[in-house]
Design a protein around this ligand. Sequence first.
Ligand code: TRP
Length: 464
Amino acid sequence: MTEPRGQWSGRMGFILAAAGSAIGLGNLWKFPYMTYENRGGAFVLVYIAAVVLVGVPIMMAEVLLGRRTRRCPVGAYLVASEKRPGGRTWVSVGYLGVFAGFVILSYYSVVAGWTLDYILLSLLGKLGPLARDPAALQTYFVDGFLHNGWQQTIFHLLFMGLTVGSVYFGVKGGIERVARVLMPVLFAIMLLLVIYSATTPGFGHAMRFLFRPSFGEMHSSGYLEAMGQAFFSLSLGMGCMLTYGSYMSSNSSIPRSVLQICALDTLIAILACVIMFSIIFSFDLQISASATILFTTLPTVLVQLPGGNFVIGLFYLLIAFAALTSTISLLEVVSSYAIDELHWSRRRAALTMGAVIAVFGVLNAWSLGASSALSNFNPLGKSSTTGVFGTLDYLSANWFLPVGGFLVALFVGWILGRRTSRTELEEGHGVMAGYSLWRFLIRFVAPLAVGAIIVSVILGAEYQ
Ligand code: TRP
């Protein structure tokens, strides 16, 4: 007995769910951190170029492949590669995606769990006092929490529980419903924080830093980092958008939806920078190259501002919401594989896959707890190869996603055929004026640009 395949309630449902997937720790944490490292303006411009030239066309490719085949990534390549050059070997791209989803979720939800700890502390009224004493907070988080496998395990499992619970109730009743509630709240909190940051003395400095490009100051690796970050932030390269596209109605326009999702994701990333840099520059802080900024530096500053105790709680709630709609999309990819290809029920898929990933995540939490180089450790960052945890992140961000993205672009651009892609992109849209431009980008620009990343990773030149 197979259950009927889920579908979004409409175009808005798809946009909210997909934007929910895209907007996450990548926007609120990783992007500001990378922008700071790369000295602002020029990096922001390069990032936007990567989104427009590579991210947008690849997202359209993924969504069209999903909607065309109405299958999970593995099934999609199985159906779409039939009687085409390469045939079944393309299915391995689908498997790579499912595998990457598994790996990314197993460490992403550990980091997401940290936000739950801070929310709890804030509800108990303990976060404010801790944050007033930077040394105490540092001790609490870096020396205490991060080394405490048990504590991290509990919050990781809690986060996985929320994720499984959402996927369990299906496309419309779970994933879309959660996104419909959380995304507007997230936008509202974000707006509040932006307005708030505009009143801080560092706001002007932050704006200049972000919007006055100076290419001389950017590291040469910035181009490659921007591209990798575009993949991560837009949830591309592993069939996440493909899976969400497979639940999309034929009445909705793919090009329009994709443009809106990419614009939202980029806007949120930039606003996160506005908020964080306004605060950081207000206090003239030197942030170190560490993943713990979000959990150690920022709270100590936030708490000094008027209404600090409240703002601090709001801030971690924002991050948790953003992370949850992202972990949901990661679990959905893995579950949809079990549902479509192994013919499991959705409930069984969500519970079983969720449990296996949760166990794997527990190993990550413990390996992190046992790791000694924690203060310089950047779990979602670039060159971290600390322990199992860091290695997994390194592998996914630098290998799985770019390689997956490269292969999607090759498949849709060169194998799928012009008529198929055109029909699918115009279904629910009408004549697509930019079709030739899209085709040029997906056939030439995206593969060449992404190929450059892959080659540079191979040569080891990427993140030096
Ligand atoms: N895009 C999310 C973020 O910015 C993370 C994420 C969700 C993701 N699904 C993904 C990353 C698929 C890569 C692939 O935090």
